[in-house]
Design a protein around this ligand. Structure first.
Ligand code: SUG
Length: 434
């Protein structure tokens, strides 16, 4: 039976803007209140999806979430009609308006943690939507994500969509951005690596930036996904990396099948962690450690090299899909050239322009949720979530008709935006048929 890795990218929503909302994410804070282009952002994201689909790799998407989140504004004390709530919040608390309008659900690597059926004892694909509780704008996503995943992965014979891990100080969870699965082939058993930044009674705190993933959440997910504990590795993120702006593990390491590319400061106690991963995997794993000399932590964060997608295009053949910023960073450029020459599965590197998302700290890998599916599992999904030439054209056309080419944080107080977005979303719902 053929098994695929399907990327579910986040379709970038019409309210994409630069709120400067993510402390510890240097790009987000650095572009605070810059002018965004929701239209370019969405078209860039769609072009990336089509590029992957053109390689013959199944590509799907998750729709944008409903914004503004009026219920959130109500909880903050702003009541009345939608337009009244927006205008009062805009005048008194523009920071809350930015949260209510955030399009951050585009970064679907944070939507959920996913374990393929071949790893789970009950033979079903397990999803746990991330609670994203560390950042208020991201915490709004969990409820809608759960609903969307339950709609798309509705067949209970094949899929389980759990509730997000219950919110609590020690259970903050950011999904697949802190989870890597290595395997010999997608359909075979995998090693699931859960990366966390904090555990209970921790004495190794970061100095500057918040830690977003807790060990307790990762453990709860491994248990509810019915994974074999012998095939799971729990690794702690290096606190220096977090303090350098590596707020998720997918900004400092990337793995695919039997190839694992990591920065030397990806994990605390790195030698032990890599040995444990290798022992758990057994023979055939290739681990490449990129030294800080080759690519310093600031260069890794600036170029987002590790946020590239490693895409299998043939037997032990992988394409590296890098953010275009890597081509503009001398050290990242040298690293790509040397990886292309060395003995490893990467045979080609392509650059992709995702600048609108990148300026909020979201590269190619942030924009996609990897879901390994058998042919049978894939066959029960709604066809409208897959990117075909036709669907791509329709979505581009929809974006061009409904999205603004520019958006500032002040524009969020414009009551017309509420209706514009509602009309766009209604049309998308009709297009998707669910
Ligand atoms: O959570 N940025 C996102 C970027 C997420 C990247 N995801 C992965 N690494 N997988 C975040 O920090 C910025 C929003 C703003 O400032 O408007 C933001 O939420």
């Amino acid at each position: 039976m053929t098994t695929y890795e399907v990327n579910f990218d986040g379709l970038i929503g019409p309210t994409h803007h630069y709120g400067g909302l993510s402390h510890g994410n240097l790009a987000s804070v650095g572009h605070r209140h810059a002018i965004s282009s929701p239209r370019s952002a969405a078209l860039q994201g769609l072009a990336k999806m089509m590029r992957v689909a053109d390689l013959g790799i199944p590509q799907a998407f998750l729709p944008p979430q409903r914004r503004p989140d009026l219920a959130f504004l109500e909880v903050q004390g702003f009541s009345g009609s939608p337009a009244e709530r927006i205008s009062a919040t805009g005048q008194q608390r523009p920071d809350l308006l930015s949260i209510a309008y955030s399009a951050s659900a585009m970064w679907t690597a944070n939507a959920a943690t996913v374990s393929p059926s071949s790893d789970c004892e009950d033979g079903r694909v397990h999803f746990t939507p991330a609670n994203l509780q560390t950042m208020p704008h991201r915490a709004l996503e969990a409820r809608q994500t759960t609903k969307t995943l339950r709609t798309i992965f509705h067949d209970k014979n094949h899929f389980v969509v759990h509730e997000p891990v219950t919110a609590g100080v020690e259970t903050s969870d950011e999904g697949a951005a802190n989870h890597t699965r290595l395997c010999r082939s997608y359909g075979g058993p995998g090693v699931e690596i859960f990366v966390y930044g904090r555990e209970q009674d921790d004495h190794h705190q970061t100095q500057r930036f918040p830690v977003r993933q807790t060990r307790a959440a990762s453990e709860a997910i491994a248990t509810s996904h019915m994974l074999n504990p012998q095939r799971c590795v729990f690794a702690r993120q290096h606190p220096d990396a977090i303090d350098a702006g590596v707020f998720h593990n997918d900004v400092i390491s990337v793995g695919n099948q039997s190839f694992h590319l990591v920065h030397e400061f990806a994990f605390a106690d790195q030698d032990r962690v890599l040995a444990e991963i290798s022992d758990t995997f057994g023979p055939g794993l290739q681990q490449i450690v990129v030294t800080d000399q080759e690519l310093s932590l600031p260069d890794a964060v600036q170029s987002y090299f590790f946020n590239s997608q490693l895409i299998t295009t043939g037997s032990n053949q992988m394409l590296l899909l890098c953010p275009i910023e890597c081509s503009e960073n001398a050290a990242a450029n040298r690293l790509v050239a040397s990886l292309l020459k060395a003995d490893n599965p990467i045979y080609d590197c392509q650059f992709v322009d995702l600048r609108e998302s990148m300026q909020n700290g979201g590269g190619p890998a942030c924009l996609r949720l990897r879901v390994v599916l058998t042919e049978e599992e894939r066959a029960v999904l709604p066809p409208s979530v897959f990117i075909t030439q036709r669907q791509y054209r329709q979505l581009c056309d929809w974006v061009k008709r409904h999205y603004r080419s520019q958006l500032t944080v002040d524009d969020l107080a414009d009551p017309r935006l509420i209706d514009e977005v509602a009309i766009a979303m209604q049309e998308l719902d009709e297009m998707l048929g669910f």
